[in-house]
Write a protein that binds this ligand. Structure first.
Ligand SMILES: C[S@@+](CC[C@H](N)C(=O)[O-])C[C@H]1O[C@@H](n2cnc3c(N)ncnc32)[C@H](O)[C@@H]1O
Length: 212
């Protein structure tokens, strides 16, 4: 029996997830990611710590380290081969080899919680718990970057069914956590002539200050 609850987790923990790593490496994503995060986080004040859920080999985190030089970086990732790559530049205690469905942060929080291109691959029945995990992990900012659709749809993904879902993830999070403030949002287009991204719609949310 699988250690995972959903077929989507088995898919990413296994061969498909490992093959994704080499596809991800081949892309010249660095400049596009630098542009993406500098725009998406421009409304943040300084950020001292981050956790990325579904970090893959850490391409986003390497960009974040450039943008915030004193950043303390943590990563959660389900695929063991991707985890080995993360451990090459992140201390082992800050790399969580786990499904986001099983994550136990044990009270730890990070100033920024990031998820990009991951909620689209989560079994929709599990999203409610995953939203809680992402929001509870943050002490201040939450960045969601996913495929947007006003209503939930499943679309074929590289010949596979039930592996890619589009919906208003950030809208659902804001409905579930009405205290969150929408600081900024935007779209990064696949045909951008200079800094293409995979049609990512992003939302930067902020928790209410404890001082107020
Ligand atoms: C499409 S990739 C996106 C990678 C990275 N966030 C980026 O923006 O390039 C999805 C990543 O999420 C990971 N993933 C998928 N389901 C997961 C789960 N349930 N828990 C943790 N990671 C997961 C995959 O292994 C993969 O690394």
């Amino acid at each position: 029996m699988s250690e995972y609850k959903t077929e989507q987790e088995v898919f990413w923990a296994g061969e498909f997830g490992t093959d994704y790593i080499s596809r991800n490496k081949q892309h010249t994503l660095f400049a596009s990611n630098l542009n993406f995060f500098s725009k998406a986080l421009s409304r943040c004040q300084s950020v001292e710590s981050v956790i990325e859920f579904g970090a893959n080999i850490g391409l986003n985190l390497k960009v974040l380290e450039l943008l915030f030089p004193s950043l303390e970086v943590s990563a959660l990732e389900i695929n063991g081969d991707a985890v080995k790559e993360l451990q090459k530049f992140i201390p082992p205690e800050s790399v969580y080899h786990s499904s986001i469905l099983d994550f136990q942060p044990q009270g730890k929080t990070w100033e920024l919680s990031v998820v990009k291109g991951v909620l689209i691959h989560i079994n929709p029945d599990e999203l409610d718990g995953v939203y809680e995990t992402i929001v509870n992990a943050s002490s201040r900012y939450i960045l969601i970057g996913e495929y947007y659709n006003p209503s939930p749809v499943a679309i074929p993904y590289r010949g596979h069914t039930d592996k890619l879902f589009k919906r208003d993830f950030a809208g659902e999070i804001m409905t579930k956590f009405p205290n969150l403030r929408l600081l900024d949002y935007g779209f990064a287009y696949r045909n951008d002539p200079v800094f293409p991204q995979d049609d990512i719609t992003w939302f930067l949310l902020e928790k209410p200050s404890k001082r107020n």
